[in-house]
Unconditional design. Structure first.
Length: 349
């Protein structure tokens, strides 16, 4: 029966050093690591016998395991978790990578472009799959609204939100409206409510204080009524943008066809991964799910590293990288963090 580490317990220094070396070597080579390989590590002043004993202890603690085909050992999910939480020192992002992220994520023609570019940047820099969730719709910020008359008592409402995203709504009204009348209504909304989040705008429209002010302004009252109708039943987009899924085929630990088929099916179906990302939205800062920690069997051989991005200072979505558990966490973490920062900057309304 294997011993289990007590929660919060720490390895003694020699064991921690060996675990760190083993994880780093396995991440780099992708091959089980033996005692002889570790004994050659520069600066490690331990005898082969001591190394073997420590490796056996790490095995008993469930931090490493021995594949049937090799005398060497590989990290377990538990071993990776200890490495990430206690031993990892994230690298400083290179100037080249930092400049590329900043260059690619300047404000584009629309929100969708930035999301696609962010996922492609993550995929390109990590050679894994890059994912960016679509911002929660309740964080869309009104930039401008216009009303255009249509036939048969209908009005076209055109909402410009965030940077340049355009949404159209056909409103069914109780009478026909002239173009100049609708222009007055749009001007009233643009004067009073531009820069508000759509959900906050709904609250303002129903606020007693605002309603009192509007009673003396028939134009604004009618404008608010139309705006409220235009904002009703805003579609909730629950989606993400994926780039580089095929990169996952390059990792031999993911190369099993049945496993790949299940993983690609999950990436295409999206439901399970969106539930995972929703969980990340409710947490703070960087999140790392290693192997079966995600709770989804198709990700048992994968790690997911995510960071939140913001719109106007509020968390709107998450982005991240999906790759094998044998990913270079020290490099991936700063890449994900910086991409989230630059995307937030690019989406700033």
């Amino acid at each position: 029966m294997k011993h289990k580490m007590a929660e919060g317990s720490a390895l003694e220094p020699r064991s921690a050093e060996l675990l760190k070396l083993l994880v780093e070597r396995y991440i780099h080579d992708g091959q089980p690591v033996g005692s002889r390989t570790l004994s050659r590590a520069r600066g490690l002043e331990l005898s082969p016998a001591t190394i073997r004993n420590i490796m056996a202890d790490l095995d008993e603690l469930g931090l490493v395991s021995s594949p049937h085909t090799s005398a060497g050992r590989v990290p377990t999910t538990r071993g990776y978790r200890y490495f990430v939480d206690a031993l990892l020192a994230p690298e400083r992002l290179s100037d080249r990578d930092e400049e590329m992220i900043a260059r690619e994520l300047v404000p584009h023609s629309g929100e969708g472009d930035l999301l696609q570019v962010a996922s492609e940047v993550l995929s390109s820099l990590t050679r894994m799959a890059g994912v960016v969730t679509v911002p929660r719709r309740n964080l869309a910020v009104l930039r401008r609204i216009e009303f255009l008359p249509l036939s048969e008592r209908r009005v076209l409402a055109i909402l410009v939100v965030n940077q340049h995203e355009v949404q159209n709504r056909v409103l069914h009204t109780d009478r026909d409206y002239a173009a100049d009348e609708l222009e007055r209504y749009a001007n009233a909304i643009n004067q009073h409510f531009v820069g508000q989040e759509l959900t906050r705008l709904r609250e303002l429209l129903l606020d007693d204080v605002v309603t009192t002010k509007m009673k003396v302004d028939q134009t604004l009252m009618q404008a608010v009524a139309m705006a409220e109708q235009a904002l009703t039943d805003q579609p909730v987009r629950h989606d993400y943008v994926l780039a580089g899924g095929a990169n996952l085929m390059a990792f031999h630990e993911l190369a099993d066809m049945q496993r790949l088929r299940g993983l690609f099916d999950a990436l295409d179906r999206k439901r399970d991964l969106l539930q995972l990302f929703d969980h990340c939205l409710g947490a703070e800062g960087l999140q790392i799910f290693i192997g079966d920690e995600s709770g989804y069997r198709v990700l048992d051989e994968c790690s997911v590293v995510t960071a939140p991005y913001t719109v106007n200072g509020q968390v709107a979505g998450v982005l991240g990288v999906i790759g094998p558990t044998r990913m270079a966490y020290s490099r991936i973490i700063p890449l994900v963090t910086e991409t989230a920062r630059q995307l937030s900057k690019g989406l700033k309304a």
